[in-house]
Design a protein around this ligand. Sequence first.
Ligand SMILES: Cc1cc2nc3c(=O)[nH]c(=O)nc-3n(C[C@H](O)[C@H](O)[C@H](O)COP(=O)(O)O)c2cc1C
Length: 415
Amino acid sequence: MKIAGVDIRLDESMGLQTPVPERPMLFRPYPLRGVVARNRIILGPMSQYLAVDGAPTDWHLVHLGQFAMGGAGIVFVEETAVEARGRRTLNCTGLYTRQQAELFRRTTNFIRDLGALPAIQLGHGGRRAAVRAPWEGRAPLDPADPAGWSLISSSAEPHGPGRRKPEALDAQQIRTHIAQWAHAAELAVDAGFDVLEIHGAHGYLINQFLSPVANRRTDGYGGDQAGRMRFALEIVEAIRKVWPKDRPLFFRASVVDGKGGHWDMDDTLCFARELRDREVDVMACSSGGLTGSSDLPSVPRVPGYHVPYSEAVRRETGLATVGLGLITEPQQADDLLTAGQADLIAVAREMLVDPYWPVHAARALGVQDWINLLPPVYANRLLPRETERAQFFEATQKPAPWRRGQNLPARSEQT
Ligand SMILES: Cc1cc2nc3c(=O)[nH]c(=O)nc-3n(C[C@H](O)[C@H](O)[C@H](O)COP(=O)(O)O)c2cc1C
C-alpha cells in the first residue's frame, strides 16, 4: 500500500481485526454499491472558505486528511460549487475546471490511502451565493466588485431583506445549468471521489426550486410539487448517467423547512421515493434554509435533532439514511444505528473538537483492537505499548519498581 505516495509493506492487513459480528454496529463495514465504508461514521460536509479560485489548498489536505487518520469511514469535502456563480463565498470550493479536479487528487488519494472513502458534496448557492465569509458577517458581495457575481434562482425573489435579487433561470438556461452538474460529476470521477452527494438542502439552489416559498414559477419547473421537484430530479438523472454505476449517490435534503416553511415530512417522503427510483442510494436528512409564512415550528437543537427525520424516511421509503445533528457520544451513535433510526451517522462539529473521534469511540465502545483504526504506522508502534501496559496492569498487585524506592534510570538512559 501507499501512504502519501510512499510504499508501505505491512505484515498484517490494515484496519480493525475484531470479527465483524463482535463489533458494535457503528464499526461494522457498510457496503455502498462497489465500495465499502470501513465503518458507519461520516465526517459531515463543512464549508471552510479557504479555497482559491474554487481549488482546494493545503488547508483541505490537512483538514480532511486528519479525519481519515482519525478513523472515519467516509470523509466529505464541503459543499463544492458546480459553477463559479454557485460559490457561496469567493473562497468556497468549486469543481468546474480540470485544474480543480487535479488539485483535489492529492486529498482524495490521501484519504483513500488511510482507509476512508473520499466523498464530495456538489451544490449551488443560487440566490444565497456571493456573500462574504461568516467571519466577515456574510454581507452580500457587490456585483460591481470584481469579486462579486450575479445570482440565479428559480424565481426573481431575494433570499431575504437586504439580499440581492436573483435572475430566474428560463427553460433553456435550466438545461445548460443541469449540464454543469453532470460536468462536475464527471470531474468528481477524475478527482478520485468514491461518493457523491447532491446538496438539495439548506435553502440553496435546488431547495429554491423545491420550496413554494422561493419557487413562484408558472412553467413546468414550478407550481405543484411535481413541477417543483422536476429540477432536482433532472439533476439526479443527469448525474446518474455519468456517475459510475458502482459508486453511491447521496442526496442531502431539508426534510422540513423549519420555522414558517412550506415543505414538510409528507413532501419529503414523496420526494424520497422519486429519488430512490432514480438510483439515489442514501438521503442525508437535514432541515431548514427557507422561512415562510406557515406555522411549521423551528427544529429544536437537542441531541440527535435530525434523527427522527432520518428514521421516518428510512421506515416509510426504504431509502438508506444518514442521521445527523448534535451526535457527539459514541453510545448515542451506536444506539441510533441499532434502533434502526439511521444507516450511517454523520458527525460534523464534534469532529472539529476531536478529529480522532472514531478511534476514541471504538475504544469507548469496547472494540478490543481499537488501535488498529489508527494509521498503520501509528498502530505499529502503539500495539506493543498496549501489551506492555496490559502486562503492567495485570501485575498491579506488585508495586512498580520506582514506587519501591529503587533507582530510576539516569536521565540520559530515559530515551
Ligand atoms: C462550519 C460548518 C460548515 C458547514 N457546511 C456545510 C456544507 O458545506 N454542507 C452541508 O450540507 N452542511 C454543512 N454544515 C452542516 C453540517 O454538515 C451538519 O449537518 C451540522 O453541523 C449538524 O451536525 P453536527 O451537530 O454534528 O455539527 C456545516 C456546518 C458547520 C458547523
